[in-house]
Design a protein around this ligand. Structure first.
Ligand SMILES: C[S@@+](CC[C@H](N)C(=O)[O-])C[C@H]1O[C@@H](n2cnc3c(N)ncnc32)[C@H](O)[C@@H]1O
Length: 343
C-alpha cells in the first residue's frame, strides 16, 4: 500500500504537541521524499488544520481497516496493551505548496463556488415565488386607499409573506386611527415589520399629487367600501351625492396612477340605496371602463375586518350584504407616460 518514499506513522498515542512537531518534522521529510501518512482517531485534534499550520495539505482521509494489514497488532504507547481501532482514519498529507495540492485546492474551491451558486439560485427562486390572494399578487405593486384599521392591507401582506410591494394609506392621521380603531396600531406595526409603506392623511381626491405618490404607477389600486361619513340617511340624495364625490375623486386620481395593464378596484354594496351611486357611470365619465364585476366574499380575506370608518361607532364592523368588487381599467392610457419608480 505504501510507496518507498512515503513516511508512515501508525502511532496513535502521544500528545497534541507531539503530533504537531511530528508533522513539522515530516513536512521536511516530505519535501525530500513524498507523502506523509498518519493514522489517528481523535477528530478534536483537527489534523487538517494542524497539517496546514505545518505546511502540509490534507489530500485524503481513508478509513483504516486493521484487517487490511496482516499481522499488524495495534499497541498503546508503552507497547504493551492492544486497543480498539474503531473509527480511525489514515490522513494523507502532501506538501501544501506542491502543484498537486494547489490543483486540489482549486478543484475544491470550484466545487464550493458552484454549490454556493446553486444555493443562491434556489434562494432567489424562493424569494421570487409568486403568492396570490384572490385578485392580488405579490408581484403587483398595490396601492390601498381609505383603509380603516388596516386589516385588509395586513391580510394581503400575510398572504404574500411580505408587504414590500404595497403602499397602504388612510385619510386619518396615525393618532386618530390609534384612538378610533382597537387594532389599528397593532396592524400598522405588523405591516411595518413586513415592509409595507404606510402613509396617513392621504386624500383620495388629491393622492396623485402626494409627494410620495406622484410619478408612481401601480398595478392595483384598491378602495374597499368608500364612504363619505354619516350625515344624512343612506338613501338621502345629499348623502348619495357626497359618497359619489368621494368615488369620483378616487377614480380620477387613480386613473393617473394606474399602470397600463393595471386595475382600479372598488368594493361596494350593490343593494339599494348603494346601487344608486352608479359607480360604473362615474368611472365611465372619468375615462375608465368596467372590466369585470366580481361578487365580494369577505371570508376569503382572512383577518379583514371592515369598518364603519366614521362617527361614534367608527370601530364597528357592518354587514357587507350583497356586494361586488368593481374592476376598472383605463380606456386610454395617459398620453404622458410617467416614470415607473416604485418605493
Ligand atoms: C366605510 S369606511 C371603510 C374603511 C375600510 N376601507 C374598510 O374596508 O374597512 C370608509 C373609509 O373611507 C375613508 N374616506 C372617506 N373619504 C375619503 C377620502 N376623501 N380619501 C380617502 N379616504 C376617505 C374613511 O376615512 C373611511 O376609512
Amino acid at each position: 500500500m505504501f510507496g518507498e518514499k512515503e513516511k508512515v506513522s501508525t502511532e496513535t498515542g502521544g500528545s497534541y504537541g507531539e503530533m504537531e512537531s511530528k508533522l513539522k518534522k515530516w513536512q521536511n521529510y516530505e519535501k525530500l521524499a513524498g507523502v506523509v501518512r498518519t493514522t489517528h482517531p481523535y477528530s478534536e485534534w483537527d489534523l487538517e488544520t494542524l497539517g496546514s499550520s505545518t505546511g502540509l495539505y490534507l489530500k485524503d482521509e481513508v478509513p483504516l481497516w486493521v484487517s487490511d494489514y496482516e499481522g499488524y497488532g495495534v499497541k498503546s504507547g508503552d507497547g504493551r496493551e492492544k486497543f480498539n481501532v474503531k473509527d480511525r482514519s489514515t490522513f494523507i498529507f502532501i506538501e501544501e505548496s506542491s502543484s498537486e495540492a494547489l490543483a486540489l485546492k482549486v478543484e475544491s474551491l470550484t466545487r464550493e463556488v458552484s454549490e454556493l451558486r446553486a444555493m443562491a439560485a434556489s434562494a432567489s427562486r424562493v424569494r421570487m415565488e409568486e403568492k396570490t390572494i384572490k385578485h392580488y399578487s405579490s408581484k403587483h405593486k398595490i396601492l390601498l386607499v381609505g383603509e380603516g384599521d388596516f386589516s385588509f392591507s395586513l391580510c394581503l401582506a400575510k398572504a404574500f409573506g411580505s408587504a414590500s410591494n404595497m403602499v397602504a394609506t388612510s385619510l386619518d392621521s396615525r393618532d386618530t386611527l390609534t384612538r378610533n380603531y382597537s387594532r389599528a396600531l397593532q396592524n400598522l406595526l405588523q405591516l411595518e415589520n413586513l415592509g409595507c409603506t404606510i402613509l396617513h392623511e392621504v386624500n383620495a381626491h388629491t393622492m396623485s399629487q402626494h409627494p410620495f405618490l406622484q410619478h408612481k404607477l401601480f398595478d392595483r389600486i384598491v378602495f374597499n367600501f368608500p364612504h363619505a361619513g354619516f350625515v344624512f340617511r343612506e338613501h338621502h340624495s345629499f348623502q348619495i351625492e357626497s359618497h359619489k364625490r368621494v368615488v369620483r375623486g378616487f377614480l380620477k386620481s387613480s386613473r393617473e396612477m394606474v399602470s397600463e395593464d393595471g386595475e382600479i378596484h372598488v368594493t361596494h354594496k350593490t343593494a339599494y340605496p348603494f346601487c344608486e351611486w352608479r359607480i360604473e357611470k362615474i368611472a365611465e365619465e372619468v375615462g375608465l371602463q368596467l372590466v369585470k364585476e366580481v361578487p365580494f366574499c369577505i371570508w376569503e380575506y382572512e383577518g379583514y375586518c371592515n369598518k364603519k370608518g366614521s362617527g361614534d361607532r367608527c370601530n364597528d364592523s357592518f354587514p357587507v350584504g350583497l356586494c361586488s368588487t368593481f374592476k376598472f381599467m383605463n380606456k386610454d392610457p395617459p398620453t404622458d407616460p410617467q416614470v415607473y419608480d416604485f418605493i
